[in-house]
Design a protein around this ligand. Structure first.
Ligand code: Z5A
Length: 212
């Protein structure tokens, strides 16, 4: 087996981070080498850009500026972490990737999908995910999970309910447009049920053989 590049997408509180950790444990139990990472971020320079784009005191980025910052961070992340790991045949599990730029900057912020598709084609052509798991959840349920967690506020925590609904629809639209790559999973279930669905989707696509 030569691993795969799997991205996990969805709105706030869908459980992406939780499910990536569980999937990584499952793959490691099967003897695989796994890299867990996230966007924006994942490399030293991209983590600097993350601090900039999530800063609640900085507002007023244009959608284009934000898409370019996300893309700059992603190029560094792919170059420094994702591509080398894939060349070594490792699994790469990434919390958000290009589809988040599509959903947030392209659809919710109104930039459109065209510019994001062009940026992806120009700079990331070889690094489309092998599989994208879209964790779908009603935004009210996702947000109530986040409120229970009480993390430090980021700029995105100030989005209105309409924006969260637009993001959910955007992810479902992305999945419908690319069914070969994307699998939509019901993330409203309890953690174990979602983890089973994640494992089933990965096993079906890559025929991983692991207990549990
Ligand atoms: N962004 C962008 O605009 N453009 C881009 O190109 C990219 C990103 C790449 C990054 O935020 C922000 O950047 C993001 C989009 C934007 N903003 N928003 N919104 P982030 O990294 O700080 O946050 P996030 O990506 O949205 O993740 P999250 O909000 O931390 O949620 P999550 O990873 O999906 O969920 P979690 O951390 O696994 O779980 C949340 C809580 O729910 C936690 O307490 C869990 O224990 C609990 N949980 C998890 N699963 C369950 C189940 N099944 N049942 C009950 N409770 C659960």
């Amino acid at each position: 087996m030569s691993g795969a590049f799997i991205t996990v997408e969805g709105g706030e509180g869908a459980g992406k981070t939780t499910q990536i950790a569980r999937l990584a444990d499952w793959l490691r139990a099967a003897g695989e080498t796994v890299v867990q990472t996230r966007e924006p971020g994942g490399s030293a320079a991209a983590e600097r850009i993350r601090a900039l784009v999530l800063d609640p005191d900085l507002s007023g980025w244009t959608p284009a500026s934000e898409a370019l910052l996300m893309t700059a961070a992603r190029c560094d992340h792919v170059d420094k972490l994702i591509a080398p790991a894939r060349r070594r045949g490792e699994w790469v599990l990434c919390d958000r990737f290009t589809d988040s730029t599509r959903a947030y900057q392209g659809v919710m912020q109104g930039l459109g999908l065209g510019p994001i598709d062009r940026l992806e084609a120009m700079f990331l052509a070889d690094f489309r995910p092998d599989l994208t798991l879209i964790l779908d959840i009603d935004p009210d349920q996702g947000l109530s999970r986040m409120r229970a967690r009480q993390d430090a506020e980021t700029r995105y925590d100030r989005m209105d309910p309409e924006a969260h609904r637009a993001i959910r629809e955007a992810f479902l639209g992305i999945a419908a447009a690319d069914p070969e790559r994307c699998v939509v999973l019901d993330a409203s279930e309890d953690e174990e049920r979602v983890a089973e669905a994640v494992r089933a989707a990965v096993a079906a696509r890559f025929m991983v053989d692991a207990d549990g």
